[in-house]
Ligand binder design. Sequence first.
Ligand code: CTP
Ligand code: MG
Length: 226
Amino acid sequence: MSAGVWAVLVAAGRGERLGGKRPKAFANLAGRPLVAESLERLDASPWVEAVVVAAPADWEEPTILLAEELGAGSVRAVVTGGATRTDSVRAGLAEVPADTAAVLVHDAARPFLPDEVVERVVTALGEGWDGAVPALPLADTVKRAEGDVVGETVDRAGLHAVQTPQAFVAEALRRALAGEGEATDCAGLVEAAGGRVRLVEGDRRLLKVTTPGDLAFVETLLAAKR
Ligand code: CTP
Ligand code: MG
């Protein structure tokens, strides 16, 4: 199912929790903009035919230049992202040709993207699912609290932390995003539209860079890899 898979890389967030002068996608990670990691990995993936990047407003040009510098020939469009993640996915999806079979959506905030995970989510689509998402079962005990006061311990059976890249049958994703709906991930909207979404094995290295500490941790992962 490698033919006909387009990736939408959402990189348009401001990175408020990270802080810093630039948007998170352009935060310095081991000497390069954070978005360079996932862009390079999507470009190199045999499962991905073409890539659309949703960039922060006023960062479209630097994003195009970065793609050129990386020699990322599969980048077909750089669009301006929206006010929310879902809007940024909508903007990217608008550039995906109508006859595309499947769409992969990935957070630029997750720089370490193992190709095995791309393979797992794309392969699952070939088995008849509307969507496939990488997930890790929760290992820690889960508590609901108000501030720092514990209200209750939540039964963690069946609970998973869900990551990106998430793969969807293009038509199912378009339908799910057609309204005004908002969700923290695309699968949430596909589920709400009645789509059947499957969990595949996630990867700890796919952690999302949210705080400066996460950035430092991902740098150690990258250093170990090189
Ligand atoms: N994203 C986006 N457009 C938005 C908001 C988020 O493309 N309007 C993207 C981010 O660039 C990121 C992913 O969605 O790759 C996950 O979002 P998150 O980690 O929350 O990033 P930010 O919104 O940038 O960070 P913060 O919430 O701390 O401001
Ligand atoms: Mg955010």
